[in-house]
Design a protein around this ligand. Sequence first.
Ligand code: GRF
Length: 204
Amino acid sequence: MKNLGILLSGRGSNFEAIAKNVAAGKICDARISIVISNRTDAGGVAKARELALETLVLPSKGKAREEHDREVVAALQNHKVDLVCLAGYMRLLSPWFVKQFPHRILNIHPSLLPAFPGLEAQEQAFAYGVKVAGCTVHFVDEELDHGPIIVQKAISVLDNDDEKTLAARILEQEHIAYSEAINLVLHGAYDLIGRKLVVKSMQK
Ligand code: GRF
């Protein structure tokens, strides 16, 4: 049984999708051992409590990055976390944090990276006039929205889309992509050749 640690700062719909798939056995041999938020008012915190999951708020405001990261990593280690999933966690991790979990931290980003890193990726894509948009689950490295890609899902941008409808359809794909990526990283045999993830097989 592998332990997932979820870090979030906001509404927590990706976390919810992961929790649902864990409960349904679609993410196999895994459980969520801790949900950590850096914001007290995050919707994801309330959801995690409703689901009776171990939940911790570690406010980051006014704290130096690494000081806060040390608190978060200590909590993850206390809960024996094998894989850290950033699910709308609005903080850059310090290089020190990244080193504590080599290739064991995932992030989801609402664009087809390397296009549109950073904030409001869906709005950036819409304003740019792209015809294809999507989401990316990737390993976290020291740079923003940058590590090797694990799963991407693409959708067409429709003529009658606006920023909101586009973001909503990307979000549907995010909810599928994240669980796929978690299964792959936890139970898959893959090689990382430079930045390139090559899947060899999946074990149940
Ligand atoms: C998602 O769009 C995710 O890709 C990005 O932040 C948003 C979080 O949404 N990193 P939610 O809190 O999971 O609903």
